[in-house]
Design a protein around this ligand. Sequence first.
Ligand code: NAD
Length: 437
Amino acid sequence: MKIAVVGVGYVGLVSGVCLAEVGHEVICVDLDAAKIEQLNQNNVPIYEPGLSAMVATNRAAGNLHFTTNLAQALLGADAAFIAVGTPSREGDGHADLSYVYAAAQNIAEHASGPLVIINKSTVPVGTGDKVQEIAETSRPDMDFHIVSNPEFLREGAAIKDFMEPDRIVIGVESDQAKSIMAEIYAPFEQKGFPTLYVNRRTSELTKYAANSFLALKLAYINEVAELCEVVGADIKGVSKGIGLDPRIGEKFLNAGPGYGGSCFPKDTLALVRTAQDHDRPLRLIEMIVSINEYRKRAMSRKIAQMCEDEVNGKTIAILGLTFKPNTDDMREAPAISIIQGLQDMGANIRAYDPKGMDNAKHHLSNITYCDSALSCVENTDALVIVTEWDEFRDLPFAELKKKMRKPVLVDLRNLYDGKTPKAHGFDYQCVGRPLET
Ligand code: NAD
């Protein structure tokens, strides 16, 4: 199949590369000329494990191309994926669909023949209808089929998630679209990965329902963690104890500083707005959004407590800025709220992240960025682990202590059981365990 992918971000790039990997001819298009130029030199503009090597191999094999020229990308294409951003709209939290609509309009204008247009971006239920209207109004002469095919990959494990999906959800409204989609995903179906064909609106809503459910698990375990801290229970044991029940499942039950990232915050909010607009408010999801916002900000107060309730003029070391490990993505990272909360209380911030510091500079100001955990703690009054990068799992506590003004560790990811830092003389606090354990 000849496939165009419009939007070369985390999702578009990974999807394009993986579709090339399974044998399709893929042309990826982006408005960002600098990004395309980089990719044409095998320089991948995002950090995603394994991605650079796959870009290079598939480009060398001749089945993966990058261009800013949409007309060229669509020449003879069987299908065009839309993988542009759908951020929260400023002001009301609805999904901002302007990029999707613009992409749909551009695709329709430059289509060279009948085309299946596939929405891979996360879009509110009913967006496919609007895309259809845009495409048909722009080119009444042309035969377009609009499909919803949401993406479930996780940053940091994106290639594996795309190549070995738990499921592929496809929302179609015509037999022609269904047969093109079946051909695109045949290499995955042949390997036994489940493909679910539903109608377009069902597919669109499935993505929001999935993300909101995962956010619900996190908000739930974080609230239980708060209770653990005051009743003498340990959240790790509680998570294990409930997660072994297959009806609940072990995943997404790690207590932490609140969920962040480019998807959960915006998608939960967008679902809340969609439901309100249809006069069927999803009060449970509304509550999750508010629990999570509270949680992220509350973490800065927790850190202040460990600094004798006073951080004004003190210096805090932050380890980990990205919303999770193995990505450079800083969108809605809990570190942003936590650091801003500490800065509002007068703290100075030093920070280190293995991959996220360049992106962090667009979200945070007045930070001293450091090149290692060890240099980060220099003359600091507390050390806070915000993101669970592997390199923070075995910190050299003796050396850290020598460099710090005060040996205080706030472990917001429960990387330690407390014994090791305490054995080195650290005051230690994590989440979901009582202070004195
Ligand atoms: P992103 O911001 O990383 O990338 C979007 C890209 O689209 C940018 O490179 C931008 O220049 C390009 N673009 C915008 N308008 C364009 C146009 N008209 N023509 C060509 N290029 C255009 O976005 P992302 O994180 O890849 O997310 C894309 C979509 O996938 C969103 O709807 C998101 O919710 C969804 N999604 C993201 C993830 C994730 O982990 N990032 C996972 C699943 C689903």
